[in-house]
Design a protein around this ligand. Structure first.
Ligand SMILES: Nc1nc2c(ncn2[C@@H]2O[C@H](COP(=O)(O)OP(=O)(O)OP(=O)(O)O)[C@@H](O)[C@H]2O)c(=O)[nH]1
Ligand SMILES: [Mg+2]
Length: 305
């Protein structure tokens, strides 16, 4: 742990990243932390619950809060995710508002900007994916957004290429409150390994499966056993809603689950720096989206209605 000593005053604060689904929040958390802590996919609604990624810059510790995308919720799970995102924003010291430059101020971004009045903390505008858009369009987005919301600063970035990320990090480091660090200096997330491992498998599901299937599945780590030979034995369950979905996840002769398992195993092994034996089970739980137990597993509040 760092201590305040001499002229060096430490700073520490929470920065929530909010934005429409797929705006690049999780990619940006990873870029600021400098390691993959949050899962990323090309599909919307990848992130389901708050996840903290810890970045450091000089004497400042910046705790980034990755949140689910904000959209008009339909299902119970959607409502839990969107509520969770706003909770993250309200509890943070600073809110980073991501706009996808390629989409500009579309209906979803428009609705988000309208809802920002409820956030009283300093807000920073982060126009992301600038690698995909010409400069005049970026300036137009910056102007239009700033005309509607009092942002403390505006940054144009690419979370993917790293363009502009150092500037964002410096600004955040200067603007988080003075105070002691919340986490040891080598910690990069507060999520338990079991949960990170379940997320990695869920990412592979998102990358591999099409249409609605990823949204109708969830992953839980059931067993985590460190063995004498230094390897770790992990059992996970993938919950789906119907038998037909179970068949798709398994694939012909088990080919799909095998590929998902191989990819997940490799990445989990990299994360824990030990050989991993990963066992995946696929279970049908009709209406798991209405089962409070599953929400606990995801780290979400269960909405009662
Ligand atoms: N070209 C480009 N793609 C990006 C950039 N940032 C993120 N992406 C891509 O955008 C997609 C969504 O990224 P995520 O980080 O998962 O987005 P998110 O906002 O966390 O999405 P949800 O969790 O679903 O709300 C992925 O395919 C990323 O690779 C960027 O700066 N440029
Ligand atoms: Mg995300």
């Amino acid at each position: 742990m760092r201590h305040t000593s001499g002229s060096e005053q430490t700073r520490c604060g929470f920065v929530a990243l909010i934005g429409a689904p797929n705006a690049g929040k999780s990619t940006l958390v990873n870029a600021l932390v400098g390691a993959k802590v949050a899962i990323v996919s090309h599909k919307v609604q990848t992130t389901r619950a708050l996840l903290r990624g810890i970045a450091t810059q000089g004497s400042a510790q910046i705790v980034m809060i990755d949140t689910p995308g904000i959209f008009a919720p339909k299902r119970r799970l959607d409502r839990a995710m969107v509520t969770n995102a706003w909770t993250g924003a309200h509890d943070a010291d600073i809110a980073g508002v991501l706009i996808d430059a390629e989409r500009g101020l579309d209906e979803e971004a428009d609705r988000l900007l309208a809802q920002l009045a409820a956030i009283t903390q300093p807000k920073v505008l982060l126009i992301n994916k600038i690698d995909l858009v010409e400069k005049p369009a970026l300036l137009a987005i910056a102007q239009a957004a700033n005309a509607r919301v009092a942002f403390a600063a505006t940054f144009m970035i690419s979370a993917l290429t790293g363009d502009g990320i150092a500037d964002v990090k410096r600004w955040l480091a200067e603007h988080v409150p003075a105070g002691p660090w919340h986490y040891p200096e080598d910690q990069i997330t507060d999520a338990p390994l079991r949960q990170l491992a379940a997320e990695i498998t869920r990412e592979k599901l998102y990358l591999r499966l099409h249409q609605e299937l990823p949204y109708q599945s969830t992953v839980e780590t059931d067993q985590w056993q460190e063995r004498k030979d230094g390897s770790t034995r992990i059992e996970q369950t993938i919950y789906v809603e119907r038998e037909g979905q179970r068949k798709i996840v398994l694939g012909k002769g088990g080919a799909t689950i095998k590929a998902i398992g191989a990819q997940a195993r490799r990445e989990i092994a990299e994360m824990i720096e030990a050989p991993v034996h990963l066992f995946l089970f696929v279970k049908v739980r009709e209406r798991w989206g209405d089962d409070p137990e599953r929400y606990r597993g995801m780290g979400l509040e269960f909405p009662k209605d």
